[in-house]
Design a binder for this molecule. Structure first.
Ligand code: ZN
Length: 251
């Protein structure tokens, strides 16, 4: 199994159980659709498991997170039900090198807002806009092989101003039939962790079944994976008396 990227796809898995339109778009749940897409594109390069909000510790106990190289996060209506302890655990794992892919309405998840440090709010309109996802950095690994543009015939509109820190790398910008635009594919680095936010994925449209979208997510898994994760230990005291470095190779 060495070299295999261990992926956990997390979904709150609420809206598909209560809204008929969402259940019709994702009868197995959004997490299973995303997981199937990743297995289809990445094959034996990944080992994909899923986790949901209703499981003990939301399916993310320390042994699971400790064995996760990249975590995918989809949430919508139950952000506040995610325990602060689990948020802190995910946060610490990202700083230590775990990759994180935050999708669609996950922009308001506690995990993402905590890592960004801003409100992460944006404009939205739940109608049937046509979304075009334009690649603005064709040399970026997440854009490799992705249609230019990805055409999503019917989708929820998300637009600027999107209150995030300036992305470390911007890969996609979306335009909508209403005329709005959004920075829809954004990369961030926090500690040793790589974070990618990708906006497509409203629950009532089967966006995650589209090959172009699946390709983005597969590329993002490979980009966010850190081949040599190393835990930062910053909890010990770093108080430094004068000359502390002598005898440690310094002079
Ligand atoms: Zn939505």
């Amino acid at each position: 199994m060495s070299g295999v990227i261990r992926v956990t796809v997390w979904n709150e898995y609420e809206v598909e159980r209560i809204e008929p339109e969402a259940r019709a778009a994702y009868p197995r749940g959004i997490h299973e659709e995303i997981a199937a897409g990743l297995r289809g594109w990445l094959g034996d390069r990944v080992a994909v498991r899923t986790a949901t909000l209703d499981q003990p510790e939301h399916g993310l106990p320390l042994p699971v997170l400790g064995a996760t190289d990249v975590l995918v996060w989809w949430g919508h209506m139950a952000h506040e039900d995610v325990s602060d302890a689990v948020v802190a655990r995910v946060h610490a794992r990202v700083l230590a090198g775990m990759g994180l892919i935050v999708l669609h309405s996950g922009h308001l998840s506690k995990v993402f807002v905590t890592l960004m440090g801003t409100s992460c709010n944006l404009r939205w309109r739940e109608r049937e806009d046509r979304e075009l996802v334009w690649t603005v950095d064709p040399s970026h690994p997440i854009a490799h092989g992705v249609p230019h543009p990805i055409v999503i015939e019917r989708h929820e509109m998300y637009s600027e101003f999107f209150d995030i820190p300036r992305p470390d790398e911007l890969v996609f910008v979306s335009s909508f039939s209403g005329g709005e635009v959004l920075r829809s594919g954004c990369c961030f680095r926090r500690g040793k962790g790589r974070i990618f936010y990708f906006s497509p994925g409203h629950e009532t449209f089967p966006v995650y079944a589209q090959p172009g979208v699946q390709r983005v997510l597969a590329n993002a898994i490979e980009w966010a994976h850190s081949p040599e994760p190393s835990l930062l230990v910053l909890t010990a005291s770093l108080e430094s008396p004068i000359g502390w470095f002598r005898g440690q190779g310094g002079s």
